[in-house]
Design a protein around this ligand. Structure first.
Ligand code: GEM
Ligand code: ZN
Length: 374
């Protein structure tokens, strides 16, 4: 059996692939960082009809080792249809198996969103009559960082920002952005209502280097971008610096930072309750957003991160820094690497298609709230 990861978002180290019934593997660390959890590799030379077993032996040392409990790896024969495979976790590692139907198969931590698909998404977006490439930043390794402007029809629109995949292994985030952009092309009453009050500013992928490198958490300098918002630098976090400069020039009336969460098997949000400038107005907006989304989409409020204590928010995080700086509704939106246990889908778990559907539902919520953002 041959194991490969020399491709976009590939990440695996082969320890011993001589026994197809016990393939020993390890996850490589993020660039210039001790973080690791994302994996994605191609296995070739499988025997159809035979069960092949794989073990990620360093999973117990990964960034979120508790997140492996209840997790199932994803597999795909064609790179398009991804399904969950039987998976167990113990101190020996993360073990998963496949009764092979074909001679080659991909395995990953989550359904990958490729740079090629990102390029196609931009073509699709810029083909829409009201979408322009407003500015383009550059990642540390020189990959483009497009800022898309979706022009509404208001003379003085609210400015609604969405950024995605600061954490490069959280591929569900750009699936979400694909769902948002696809809806822009399907003119409907709610979308028209939103664009009659607001313009959208979209960064479909904040961390193209990390995504390509197969990192979980950091960019090409080993920086966690979601800890760089208080002091971004050209040397370590040019991606954040670019977005902050654009925000300063344009303004922000609402901000959503799209992420994935390794451990919690639910879709949830984290708000700005710990910000020094958090007010009853912002609390009411956060509550209304959550109630509206819960009513129409795969979303819940029973599970999530612990609320920050008043004044104790970490302003190095995008959501908190933008919410504080612009006194606006700001949320971190979290989708699960596992499943949304309120409406489980055993074959796929949470996946790209459900991430896309969540984006559509969030646009519906924003359409109902656009007039209240200030
Ligand atoms: C999280 S955001 C953590 C927010 N925590 C609270 N209490 N508001 C991060 O960056 O650690 C987002 C993520 O990693 O997906
Ligand atoms: Zn994240």
């Amino acid at each position: 059996m041959q194991i490969r990861s020399d491709f976009d978002s590939g990440n695996i180290q082969v320890l011993d692939a001589s026994d197809p019934g016990r393939v020993r593997l390890a996850i490589r660390k993020d660039f210039a960082s001790d973080h690791f959890q994302w994996f994605h590799f191609l296995a070739e030379g499988l025997t159809p009809g035979q069960t092949h077993r794989f073990t990620l032996e360093n999973a117990p040392q990964s960034s979120y080792k508790n997140a492996w409990t209840g997790y199932r790896a994803v597999a795909s024969y064609d790179g398009a249809d991804w399904f969950r495979v039987p998976t167990t976790y113990d101190e020996g590692g993360l073990h998963f198996e496949l009764l092979a139907e074909r001679t080659s198969v991909r395995f990953a931590y989550f359904e990958p969103y490729s740079r090629a698909r990102h390029a196609q998404l931009l073509v699709k977006a810029l083909a829409l009559p009201n979408v322009e490439l407003l500015a383009c930043g550059s990642s540390l390794q020189g990959r483009e960082l497009p800022l898309l402007h979706v022009r509404g029809t208001a003379a003085a629109p609210r400015k609604v920002w969405l950024i995605a995949q600061q954490h490069p292994g959280e591929h569900m985030a750009e699936w979400y952005m694909e769902g948002l952009i696809e809806r822009l092309g399907q003119d409907d009453d709610e979308l028209r209502a939103l664009l009659a009050q607001a313009d959208l500013y979209l960064v479909p992928n904040m961390n193209p280097d990390g995504a390509f490198l197969g990192n979980l958490r950091t960019n090409a300098a080993g920086q966690d971008l979601n800890r760089a918002w208080q002091a971004p630098s050209a040397e370590r976090s040019p991606e954040v610096l670019f977005v902050q400069q654009q925000m300063a020039a344009i303004g922000v009336d609402c901000f959503l930072d799209i992420h994935g969460d390794e451990e919690i098997p639910h879709v949830f949000t984290a708000g700005c309750e710990g910000n020094p400038g958090f007010t009853a107005r912002l609390e009411a907006l956060e509550q209304e957003f959550r109630q509206r989304l819960m009513a129409i989409g795969e979303f819940q409020v029973a599970h999530g991160y612990p609320r920050d204590q008043p004044g104790q928010a970490n302003l190095a995080l995008a959501c908190n820094w933008v919410g504080q700086t612009y006194d606006c509704l700001a949320y971190t939106v979290e989708m699960p690497f596992k499943d949304h246990d309120d409406s489980p889908q055993p074959r796929t778990g949470w996946n790209g298609a459900r991430s896309k559907r969540l984006a559509r539902d969030v646009l519906t919520v924003l359409a109902a709230m656009a007039g209240k953002l200030r």
